[in-house]
Design a binder for this molecule. Structure first.
Ligand code: ATP
Ligand code: MG
Length: 565
């Protein structure tokens, strides 16, 4: 007979649940992917069991605070029963079925985690989006995905209402708010009456689980569809060796709920390892709140985008005593070596950079225990075979710049996205010979470390030289006047295009003579890197255009430079 909470893994002919070691072996491709996999049943409910037997420390699974004194702490058992209620709510009053698509546009509130898990329990495909989306963005997402339902918060309800008539497939609107609103079902109300009895659907490992929209740094966001196992098992190694998580750890991953980084750091990697996911509601990033949180709560592991570290090192960090912090991570954008060194000098902690994409998850990382080379993204992460290739798909030797690519042959790694939904051309365009191409350029050194050069479209070609913006930006930020910068190509009569830097100045330098400062910065870059890379044009700006994820939008500045040509 079937023991409660356990399922037969047909591939193994066992009634025992898979363990973390099994997931690691599967992630390494040392063990076949099971035919069926469901993150809620096979991972979360197993941790709930371990909680009961004392095999897991009495650490919450989710620890949420809002800075105003409200706090939510759920064990895996509570997460289990609450998410079962949410699952019943989605299938019953909301009328959703396995395979239906739901847009989930919520801020960092506990319900986001409930809806994620509830969708997994029911086989409903969830599509997270940030509450910073405008009506136009939401319209694009709802129409492109033919979503049947939207789960939203008050912040976005008016925007949704303004476009809802243009979305014929949308049947249900579910509002997460203490107030009710005309035309919306109320999450809070339905939740109250929903039953805790729910049996998790037995999803296939390759069955779709979620659609993540890319950041849209270079155009319309693409809908990358992931399977139950690509995110659900494919982030085991990332959790264990990059995030370095154990079940006693508490990870604060700051990314917004709308991006795949939230899936990595705040759901899959962390819970695979049984760690506690810490969340601060923080509507807007604020350095003081941030530093306060790290000094108040026993957070062991921190993951934030580089832009946060760039802001933090402007502060006198030596004044703060972080309670339990031991492991810091960053990713999403290149981290300037200068920032890494300042962070290390001020906090005594290393900064472990990772490089990944919505489509394929983590590609390279500085894993715990490996020597960090400042400025490098670390080594390729298993199970991927990461290479630098040329335009014909040939592997280039160490030291040669080319496109960062992942080997696809003989078998496409299971942790890959399944496809860009309804976009076979774009999906096909990611393949070159035996490889998946990332669209990013880089170099691998003879020790196997990868060095980011730039997005393929951001690389500047001036007088026949190829110049990666990141190296120039990293040189500029070494100068005390520079908080951050964006380097792009700009038209030039003689050279065709030249390097131009948009620079945000540190407060004490804002009153300096701009011509003199320009010369000084140019001089500095010439000394710090190969002189041909120095910015021939410099413009001082108050801020840089960024995506909602905090990534610099170099294409906006570049288009501005070339407009009218
Ligand atoms: P779109 O594909 O819609 O233009 P996007 O590529 O920014 O948007 P994401 O999947 O969120 O969408 O981001 C992945 C990209 O972010 C990578 O391809 C790379 O360009 C950049 N990136 C991520 N991590 C790093 C890193 N550590 N160093 C340099 N670049 C990084
Ligand atoms: Mg991309």
């Amino acid at each position: 007979t079937k023991p409660p909470g356990r399922r037969l893994h047909k591939d193994y002919q066992l009634w025992t649940p898979l363990t973390l070691a099994d997931f690691e072996a599967i992630n390494r491709c040392n063990r076949p992917l099971p035919k069926n996999f469901n993150f809620a049943a096979d991972v979360l409910d197993q941790w709930s069991q371990k909680e009961k037997t004392g095999e897991r420390p009495a650490n919450p699974a989710l620890w949420w605070v809002n800075g105003k004194g409200d706090e939510v702490k759920w064990s895996f058992r509570e997460l289990g029963s609450l998410s079962r209620k949410a699952a019943n709510m989605l299938t019953k009053p909301c009328g959703l079925q396995r395979g239906d698509r739901v847009a989930v546009i919520l801020p960092r509130i506990p319900e986001w985690w409930l809806v994620n898990v509830a969708c997994i329990r029911t086989g409903i495909i969830f599509m997270p989006g940030t509450i910073q989306l405008t009506a136009k963005d939401i319209l694009y997402r709802l129409r492109a995905s033919k979503a049947k339902c939207i789960v939203a918060s008050e912040e976005v309800a008016p925007a949704v209402e303004s476009i809802v008539l243009e979305c014929p497939d949308l049947k249900t609107k579910l509002l997460v708010s203490p107030q009710s609103r005309n035309g919306w079902l109320s999450f809070q109300e339905l939740f109250q009456f929903a039953s805790e009895e729910h049996s998790c659907v037995e999803t296939g490992s390759q069955e779709p689980m979620t659609i993540y929209f890319t950041s849209g740094t270079t155009g319309f966001p693409k809908m990358a569809q992931h399977s139950q196992s690509s995110l659900g098992i494919g982030f085991t190694l990332c959790g264990r060796y990059w995030l370095d998580l154990k079940s006693s750890d508490i990870i604060w991953n700051m990314s917004d709920t709308g991006w795949v980084k939230a899936a990595i750091g705040s759901v899959f990697s962390s819970w695979l390892c049984g760690a506690c996911v810490f969340v601060h509601r923080m509507a807007q990033f604020d350095t003081d709140t941030f530093l306060d949180t790290l000094t108040t709560y026993p957070i062991t592991t921190l993951c934030s985008p580089p832009t946060v570290y760039r802001m933090l090192v402007q502060k006198d960090l030596k004044r703060y005593k972080f309670k339990s912090l031991r492991h810091c991570l960053t990713g999403g954008e290149p981290l300037n070596p200068e920032v890494l060194e300042q962070w290390r000098a001020q906090t005594g902690l290393e900064l472990y950079e990772g490089y990944g994409q919505t489509e394929v998850g983590m590609i390279c990382a500085n894993q715990k225990g490996q020597e960090i080379k400042p400025g490098s993204m670390g080594k390729g992460m298993l199970p991927y075979d990461v290479q630098i290739i040329d335009e014909n798909g040939n592997v280039l030797p160490p030291g040669k710049e080319g496109e960062i690519a992942l080997r696809l042959k003989p078998t496409r790694p299971f942790c890959f996205f399944s496809k860009y939904v309804d976009n076979p051309q774009k999906t096909a365009a990611t393949i070159r010979g035996d490889f998946y191409v990332t669209g990013d350029r880089g170099v691998m050194d003879s020790d196997g470390y990868f060095w980011f050069v730039g997005r393929a479209d951001d690389v500047i070609i001036s007088s026949g030289y190829r110049i990666g913006p990141f190296e120039v930006e990293s040189a500029l930020i070494e100068h005390p006047a520079v908080v951050e910068s964006a380097v792009v190509s700009s038209p030039d009569q003689i050279r065709g295009e030249v390097v131009k830097a948009f620079v945000v100045l540190a407060a004490p330098f804002k009153s300096y003579n701009p011509e003199k400062l320009t010369l000084e910065l140019q001089d500095h870059v010439k000394k710090s890197t190969a002189p041909y890379k120095y910015p021939r044009k410099v413009e001082f700006v108050q801020e840089l255009p960024k995506t909602i994820t905090g990534k610099i939008k170099r294409n906006v500045l570049r288009d501005q430079e070339w407009r009218g040509r």
